[in-house]
Design a protein around this ligand. Structure first.
Ligand SMILES: Nc1nc2c(ncn2[C@@H]2O[C@H](COP(=O)(O)OP(=O)(O)OP(=O)(O)O)[C@@H](O)[C@H]2O)c(=O)[nH]1
Ligand SMILES: [Mg+2]
Length: 263
């Protein structure tokens, strides 16, 4: 199976060389695509240097910080155009440990999408605070309950998609960028009747550098779920007034939670 690992980067120069090395020691047969958004710290130039030394590493440069979701969509389109059979999402910061790559590669043989899950048996978030664990696991319970999906970790961003899935879920109409992007794609994959398999991972905190996620990204995920369930998403019927009221009050509650989440 011809496989591409897509890594979006924004200021990841401390992590990138060791990550690429760790990927190839766990999955020597894969290719890598780094999608860099003109990182001020020079990650793009570093990626070009790595490409010079190893033709399995490809680099896509974008003009400025355009968001995680569009970086993955650009990467997925690259995978389709270049005949890859499967494409991974992987963060550059070592939260998505390359030691799990063989598990994903085995699982994708019998699945359309494999998700590295923190919330199934064997999965974990070892160095998270109780508060962060509470928010993340409840966000997933919220998504499961409101959207009626059976996946335990819908916000997870360590994934492997088969090419046919990416060709069929209409990448051009995806609306979200952060955690919402993972939820939106999960929902679309399920709506198309594809098979999702979760494989357990221990999700660790970023090794070097700073987080780029914001409260806005957190909030986006919740509003996506509410819009999809209660109305204004193009995938669903119009909301009834009662549903709209429910959505508004849930939105207020979410605003309150998001205001206490500092990332
Ligand atoms: N190309 C590109 N990459 C991005 C952008 N925003 C974030 N990234 C990358 O996306 C990955 C995830 O970003 P993080 O800041 O680690 O976000 P996170 O993992 O949700 O949050 P933490 O748990 O705090 O690390 C990293 O590889 C970032 O460098 C962006 O706008 N463009
Ligand atoms: Mg991270």
């Amino acid at each position: 199976m011809k496989t591409l690992i897509i890594i979006p980067t924004y200021n990841e120069k401390e992590n990138l060389p060791s990550l690429v090395e760790a990927i190839f020691s766990n999955a020597p047969q894969t290719d890598i695509l780094i999608v860099d958004d003109n990182s001020p710290d020079g990650t793009g130039k570093l990626a070009d240097d790595i490409h010079e030394q190893n033709p399995q590493v490809h680099v896509m440069h974008r003009a400025g910080k355009l968001g995680l979701g569009t970086a993955y969509i650009a990467g997925f389109k690259y995978a389709i155009a270049h005949g890859y059979d499967a494409a991974f999402e992987m963060d550059a910061d070592f939260s998505h440990d390359p030691r799990y790559l063989p598990d994903f590669l085995k699982a994708i043989e019998n699945a359309d999408l494999v998700i590295g899950s923190r919330y199934i048996k064997g999965g974990s978030t070892p160095n998270w605070s109780l508060f962060r664990r509470f928010i993340s696991s409840n966000a997933n319970i919220f998504v499961r309950f409101v959207l009626g999906v059976s996946i335990h970790d819908c916000t997870a961003g360590y994934r492997c998609y088969r090419r046919e899935v990416l060709e069929n879920i209409d990448l051009d109409t995806v609306q979200t960028q952060g955690y919402g992007f993972q939820v939106e794609l999960t929902y679309r994959v399920l709506q198309h009747g594809y098979k999702i398999v979760e494989t357990p991972i221990a999700f660790t905190d970023r090794r070097e550098g700073k987080s780029k996620m914001s409260k806005k990204i957190f909030f986006e995920a919740f509003t996506f779920v509410l819009r999809t369930r209660f109305g204004s998403s193009s995938h669903n019927a119009k909301a009834t007034p009662t549903n709209q009221e429910t959505a508004d009050s849930a939105k207020d509650a979410v605003e309150e939670v998001s205001s206490v989440v500092q990332k």
